[in-house]
Ligand binder design. Sequence first.
Ligand code: ZN
Length: 150
Amino acid sequence: MLEGASKEVHAAPFRAHGDEFFLLGWTAAEPTPCLEEIRRRVAGIALSTTGIDAKELRGTVSVGWVKSEDLRDLSVNDLKTAVEYACSEAKVNRNTVVQYVAGMKPSMVEGRGDCAGCRTKFTFHAPVSADRTKGMFCPTSGTIGAPPAI
Ligand SMILES: [Zn+2]
């Protein structure tokens, strides 16, 4: 898909975690149009399900990217952190492309919950500024649990 999106970008994918990947590459061109094209192509993939609640499923891709020249003299972990921050911002509105800028910090945090009532496990994204001192409720059973550990 990357090759089809642009002949001016050369990159290799590496699995970051879960369903997330890093693309490490180089280009003399502006990367955003190529990344937007990849995002658009993935959004164009439709999978149909069958059965009682048959429906069409479409994918989304939230892309965070960083220019290595913006992070000169920093470690590989610093580079990964910058990409994670940009990706976190891309996920705020979903299906967007966001470039890391110096000083960027995530505006959302990701948490997980385990319901003691029905054993549902779930993840959530909440604004960093949100009041997280109150308990949360299970989206399946409505059981009230402890404040989220983030
Ligand atoms: Zn529950």
